[in-house]
Design a binder for this molecule. Structure first.
Ligand code: NAD
Length: 479
């Protein structure tokens, strides 16, 4: 074990008391360039067992620290993230292909969760409940649920981690992270900063691995892990939820989405076009809250589609480390294949590409707007997770609400209108955990983020996010 970590070359894992080198490693390839950028520590069952014992042991100490102590440490960690924001942004761009200028936004967003929960740690209040008897006193207090196992996706390597570890540490839980195979470097960098801030290695551990299944089982099967928090696909969310049943862990699931973006004919069209581009094309369309289906009221369909296609055709595709790049590559060959399949299916069934429509060299795909789309096409039924926006016409409010809700998913939905009554009416009827009303980017540290239906359960952000890591103890006393 050593105290420092080199990312270029061979990485380590943060386990128990410090940096550990497992017996094997796997090559990490940048989707931007196709080059191998690191050999990543490949943790297996041996490392998982070490981390398991360490998190259980560390919990006994960490749970007894004061909220003020935890808060002070988290503020130092936040400051270090801000100090190194450029380096972390480059790391994100390199390992998963997000344009570096956008990655910088992610780092700031990610750090804001650590800052916010450092403050909120001090506000975990209990209640004194009035009794109907003079000789009784009733108290409710909140306590950390216990050691947490977290599994995160590659699309926000920093923010999907801090949204979980922020509230967990603030609550007094210890935390073991298994980052996505494609994006371990950012998590390891944040772990390095945690140690620099003075955090204990056993409190926040990071175990990269090439094969998540065997490693995850160690944590999922042990009853001392009291909570699983997962962000990723609905399919894997289902597997982990089933696995959690045997030990009845607390479960938070942030899963896939299929976001509708509804533009009524009274909307400010210029603004709606700007906003749909921001909502759909950030991270090359690889976010769970990305617009997946654009519904436009028939009266403005033609003018909206023309302006939308013109804006999208101007987006600059390129290397993620180039500061002027707006659209990077897809994360891997599988991601690119899904985009190609969705576009080919749409074109085969009568859609037209108003702009884009083709793959480029490497893992890149042209930013694409599809017109003449119908509800039975793959793009309208599944999460595309790529830079493709299908546009579909609607006539009435009732019709678009039915179409928007006609999906097993319920994460985010967006509505553009200037009519206040309609805005309230439609947002109330949308079966989604998040609604952006003339707002393409609603996510923020202090607000609840999460889905319903097969987009999962539990909330991240705000005081709602902290509750996920706390249990309520009730004490009834006869005096
Ligand atoms: P994924 O489900 O394939 O992988 C996510 C994580 O799960 C990775 O760390 C992976 O290693 C791990 N994993 C995969 N199989 C596993 C298993 N059997 N046991 C334990 N761990 C396993 O998802 P992805 O492709 O990395 O991410 C994209 C998905 O994530 C999309 O569906 C997207 O909508 C969703 N997502 C949701 C949110 C949200 O907050 N709701 C945020 C970001 C991404």
């Amino acid at each position: 074990m050593t105290a420092t970590l080199e990312f270029q070359g061979q990485t380590k894992a943060l386990i128990a008391t410090g940096w550990v080198s497992p017996a094997s490693s796997y090559p990490l390839t940048s989707p931007s360039t196709g080059q191998v950028i690191a050999q990543v520590a490949d943790c297996g069952v041996t490392e998982a067992n070490l981390a398991l014992e360490a998190t259980v042991t560390a919990f006994e100490t960490w749970r007894n620290t004061t909220a003020y102590e935890r808060s002070a440490l988290m503020k130092k960690w936040f400051a270090l993230m801000v100090r190194d924001e450029q380096e972390i942004a480059r790391m994100i761009a390199l390992e998963m292909g997000k344009p570096v200028s956008e990655a910088l936004g992610e780092v700031r967003y990610a750090a804001s969760f650590i800052e916010w929960y450092a403050e909120e740690a001090k506000r975990v209040y209990g209640e004194i409940i009035p009794s109907q008897f003079g000789h009784k006193r009733l108290f409710a207090s909140k306590h950390p649920v216990g050691p947490v196992y977290a599994v995160t996706p590659w699309n926000f390597p920093a923010a999907m981690l801090t949204r979980k570890v922020g509230p967990a540490l603030a609550a007094g839980c210890t935390f073991v992270l298994k980052p996505a195979e494609q994006s371990p470097l950012t998590a390891l960098k944040l772990a390095e900063l945690w140690l620099e801030a003075g955090g204990a290695a056993g409190v926040f551990q990071v175990l990269p691995c090439a094969d998540p299944i065997a490693l995850s089982k160690v944590f999922m099967e042990d009853s001392r892990i009291r909570k699983i928090t997962f962000t990723g696909s609905t399919e894997v969310g289902r597997i982990l939820t089933k696995q959690s049943a045997d030990t009845l862990k607390r479960v938070s699931m942030e899963l896939g989405g299929h976001a509708p973006f509804i533009v009524f004919d009274d909307a400010d069209i210029e603004q709606a076009v700007k906003d749909v581009v921001a909502c759909k094309f950030r991270n090359a369309g690889q976010t769970c809250v990305c617009t997946n289906r654009v519904y436009v009221q028939r009266g403005i369909l033609e003018v909206f589609t023309a302006k939308f296609a013109s804006a999208v055709s101007g987006l600059k595709v390129g290397d993620s480390l180039d500061p002027s790049t707006q659209i990077g590559p897809l994360v891997d060959a599988q991601g690119l294949a899904k985009v190609k399949t969705h576009v080919a299916d749409a074109l085969l069934h009568g859609a037209t590409a108003v702009t884009g429509g083709s793959a480029l060299e490497g893992l890149y795909f042209q930013p694409t707007v599809l017109a003449g789309v119908t509800e039975d096409m793959l793009v309208m039924r599944e999460e595309t997770f790529g830079p493709v926006a299908p546009v579909i016409a609607f006539d009435t409010e009732a019709e678009v609400l039915h179409a928007a809700n006609n999906t097993p998913f319920g994460l985010a939905a967006y509505v553009w209108t200037k009519d206040l009554s309609r805005a309230v009416r439609v947002s109330e009827k949308l079966e989604y955990g998040i609604v952006g009303l003339n707002d393409p980017i609603p996510s923020t540290a202090q607000a609840p983020f999460g889905g319903i239906k097969q987009s999962g359960f539990g909330r991240e952000g705000g005081h709602f996010g902290l509750e996920e890591y706390l249990y309520v103890k009730y004490v009834s006393m006869v005096i």
